[in-house]
Design a protein around this ligand. Structure first.
Ligand SMILES: [Zn+2]
Length: 275
């Protein structure tokens, strides 16, 4: 599940290689992966990218002539790789783009579902496509964060993941951020004290920076996450076994000592069934 640290590390790694040579062949793309048909993928051929950009969890590759933008969203299971000339290619990629000189970028997706997205846009249409995104979470600052928090009453974990409010955070880094901020995933955005908002803003920056630094060094999920996917393991701050709660369609990990004053959060699906 790539979020800011993973996507930004990828963007930095791709920024130079994608501008080294013009595009020789854009495609093939899986029919479920390619989200646009006008301009056609082929319109990228012969053009050179100006580099790699990121907006939230979206990767953008604008062409040097300023006319087109290749958009890639990995969703939860997509993987984008840069392959050097003669490097082994995956058999049936969801999307492939080859450069003159033999290098390529290749999108693959684990599992049977095709959720990752690729599209070709003009600068105006991609802006429209991404207009729903909130400001970048990283380095947002407490003042602006406070304004967004109070604009709507939400539980903190859901708030952090909502790309329309804050762009770049997903379920894994939301868990990491809330542990560092020592805030409950169920705390309401409108009920935070100014000091808690400061703590949350600091935790967003420090955790995303920690994640980015690790991902740039190629760290695995297991070494990047300190609480996510670690049910029953000791909390890195206090040693209390990490707890888990299923909330809507996913899972939240938290430390009952650091974050919820010892309270065990109820599984909302389960409590609905018992009602
Ligand atoms: Zn703890």
């Amino acid at each position: 599940m790539p979020e800011f640290p993973e996507i930004e590390a990828l963007r930095r790694a791709l920024d130079d290689p994608v501008r080294a040579y013009p595009v020789e062949k854009a495609g093939p793309a899986h029919v479920a992966t390619l989200k646009t048909y006008d301009p056609p993928l082929k319109a990228l051929e012969g053009r050179r990218f100006a580099g790699a950009e990121r907006r939230g969890k979206n990767l953008l590759f604008p062409t040097e002539d300023g006319e087109l933008v290749l958009h890639v969203h990995l969703m939860s299971a997509g993987r984008l790789r840069y392959l050097r000339p003669n490097e082994k290619q995956p058999k049936s990629p969801a999307f492939k783009l080859s450069f003159l000189g033999g290098a390529a970028i290749v999108l693959t997706e684990g599992g049977p579902k095709k959720r990752a997205k690729v599209g070709v846009y003009t600068p105006a249409t991609i802006e429209e496509e991404l207009a729903h995104l909130g400001p970048e979470a990283y380095r947002l600052g407490a003042e602006r964060l406070g304004e967004i928090l109070t604009s709507d009453s939400r539980r903190l974990h859901a708030f952090l993941r909502d790309q329309r409010l804050l762009a770049g955070i997903g379920r894994a880094w939301a868990n990491e951020i809330l542990l560092t901020a020592k805030l409950s995933p169920y705390a309401l955005t409108t009920e935070l004290e100014p000091e808690e908002i400061e703590r949350l803003a600091d935790a967003i920056d420090s955790e995303l920076a920690r994640g980015l630094e690790l991902r740039e060094r190629g760290a695995s999920d297991k070494s990047a996450y300190r609480i996510h996917n670690r049910l029953g393991e000791p909390c890195p701050a206090c040693g209390t076994p990490i707890a888990r709660v299923d909330f809507d369609e996913h899972t939240i990990y938290y430390c009952p000592n650091c974050q919820t004053e010892g309270r065990i959060l109820k599984d909302r699906r389960l409590s609905r069934l018992l009602r």
